[in-house]
Design a protein around this ligand. Sequence first.
Ligand SMILES: Cc1cc2nc3c(=O)[nH]c(=O)nc-3n(C[C@H](O)[C@H](O)[C@H](O)COP(=O)(O)O)c2cc1C
Length: 199
Amino acid sequence: MGFDSITKRKTIRKFKNISIERGYVISLIEAAIQAPSAHNLQPWEFILIDSIEVKEKLSSKMASTWINNLKKDGKTQYEIEEKINLSKERINNAPFIILPCFDTSKVEKYGDERDNAEFIMGIQSVALASGNILLKATEKGFGVLWLCAPLFCPEDIRDVLGMPNHILPQEILIIGMPDEDPIKPKRRNLNDVIHLNGW
Ligand SMILES: Cc1cc2nc3c(=O)[nH]c(=O)nc-3n(C[C@H](O)[C@H](O)[C@H](O)COP(=O)(O)O)c2cc1C
């Protein structure tokens, strides 16, 4: 796994209706846990979901919170239904779901403002582990869709999956065989993002 996977990786949003064996997914988790982590605390947990019952419970519960938020935003019934149906369909039809979580009990605590930095380090560590999943999946020919929705409804996720309060779901990673070959979105120019020896 090298620069090739890094450049080849792109978000896939359409998957073939082919199930993914748990063994393949375990190899993605093996890649995830090779990530660096602050103080080597490895504050990650991964929930693997391939049960249709669990996927349906999850998508319905998440939809209930999202509907309330969309109503608050003044969206029309049509707009709400469109978004909710797409979201439910994505989760229910996902060939496999990995839900990376941040175990907040596994970070350093000082009882002062440094706790915020440690909390962010925990999130960064789980994000790096998730990045490894994306790269390993690309290397193996899988596609991945990263959904940020769990950040907006952690209680829903915890409720359906029986998770304790100190576990923060970070994102849903849908893993499957790609059924599309989208153009990778353009990156900003190197010259625009590099600041040599100062801002
Ligand atoms: C933190 C994070 C959250 C994301 N959330 C979503 C999401 O909720 N829905 C979605 O369709 N894509 C989501 N994406 C995928 C991005 O839209 C995608 O990475 C970006 O457009 C660049 O495209 P690429 O991945 O093909 O390079 C997310 C990606 C990241 C890193």
